[in-house]
Design a protein around this ligand. Structure first.
Ligand SMILES: Cc1cc2nc3c(=O)[nH]c(=O)nc-3n(C[C@H](O)[C@H](O)[C@H](O)COP(=O)(O)O)c2cc1C
Length: 359
């Protein structure tokens, strides 16, 4: 059987060149363990764990999602749980957003990752990757001193060069069709991935719109060494997401996502009444030329988000807040992660064989 092996498989000690993207507000603990067991890279998501640090207007009902443990403790337990499940093999990572608004938590979670690895040999063996995103990579070069492989997520060639200069080992080029936070500049994967692959020497992974074997093969043609998937992994049996979120991903067609204002900038939402209201509010907040009066803040959006998370937990699918990428239109089932990954790999091989026959 021909294998589909790229440079990132060796760098990350994984069998298949597929990464699971960090995905708040969940810990993605069971998803990360399942993905890593299936031979790809599972990733624990830290962003939601910090929700208890937010003021009263917190957009996430943190206690209902995470209990009352302090953020570092939530991460410590999650990391230990996943490492325990991977005793017989497999590696995983932790995603830490490094946006300016999140830096307090970023530092705290980074220290916890180091402490967890130093204190437990199972964690040290299995937790080998740190994925930073949504901010400046420069202050994070220290990651390398701790023997971790460092992945940084970027939305442009400019940011990719910065990540390379800072010392990142792998660069994820994240196109505008992706779910949740997207860049202010709407550059999609078809343009972004080959441009980043050409501009840097480090291996590049494509993110945004990748969801099956055809798109994995396409990513390799565009010069990437693999793909990072978010939306596709939500709709899997083991994913930590609410059933209504998984179903929404299956039900929507490709036109049914919307971008509006989110926590650190624009976000791509699964289209429903909640997403439409957020977009409406975003547009009404767009700065205009006012003389005298200051422009309003985005507090109303935070309220809309917080209510949306409450409705998510209450399973109200029309008003729940759900993020998702344009590839919702290409997702029709809720398989196990291992079925999904095996299918993607065999379909990618078929696509590559078909292309070869064209020569
Ligand atoms: C629900 C959801 C939550 C996400 N949260 C994060 C996050 O916390 N940190 C991060 O770096 N990226 C986050 N992302 C982006 C993903 O890691 C990934 O790059 C993106 O989903 C890829 O595009 P796709 O949705 O088309 O697969 C999120 C995506 C989704 C869909």
């Amino acid at each position: 059987m021909i294998s589909l092996h790229t440079e990132i498989c060796d760098l990350l000690s994984i069998k298949h060149p597929i990464l699971q993207g960090g995905m708040g507000p969940y810990k993605t603990e069971s998803l990360a363990a399942a993905v890593s067991k299936a031979g790809a890279l599972g990733v624990i998501s830290s962003i939601g764990m910090a929700a208890t640090l937010l003021p009263d207007a917190a957009p996430i009902d943190a206690i209902r999602l995470f209990g009352t443990d302090p953020p570092r403790e939530i991460l410590r337990k999650s990391v230990e749980n996943v490492a325990k499940q991977l005793k017989s093999g497999g590696t995983f990572g932790v995603n830490i957003p490094v946006a300016a608004e999140f830096l307090l938590a970023s530092k705290m979670f980074f220290e916890q990752v180091i402490e967890s690895r130093e204190g437990d040999s199972d964690v040290e063996r299995a937790l080998t990757v740190l994925v930073t995103s949504a901010g400046n990579p420069k202050p994070w070069a220290e990651i390398k001193k701790h023997g971790l492989t460092w992945i940084h997520v970027v939305p442009s060639v400019y940011h990719a060069k910065k990540a390379e200069a800072a010392g990142a080992d792998i660069i994820v080029a994240s196109g505008h069709e992706g779910g949740a936070h997207v860049s202010w500049d709407p550059v999609h994967s078809m343009v972004l991935v080959p441009a980043v692959a050409k501009a840097v020497k480090k291996p590049v992974v494509g993110a945004g719109g990748f969801c099956d074997g055809a798109t994995l093969a396409a990513a390799l043609c565009l010069g990437a060494q693999g793909i990072q998937m978010g939306t596709r992994f939500i709709a899997t049996k083991e994913s930590d997401f609410e059933p209504i979120w998984k179903q929404a991903i299956v039900d929507r067609e490709e036109r049914q996502t919307l971008t509006g204002r989110g926590l650190f900038g624009p976000m791509r939402f699964v289209r429903n009444t909640r997403a439409e209201k957020i977009v409406e509010q975003t547009l009404s907040d767009v700065p205009r030329f006012y003389l005298g009066e200051p422009v309003e803040s985005n507090e109303d959006i935070l309220k809309l988000e917080r209510n949306g998370f409450e409705d998510l937990i209450d399973a109200k699918s029309d008003t729940a807040l759900m993020f998702g990428g344009e590839c919702v239109g290409r997702i029709e089932d809720i398989p196990t992660t291992s079925e999904l990954i095996e299918d993607i790999i065999s379909e990618a091989k078929e696509s590559i064989k078909k292309m070869y026959k064209l020569l």
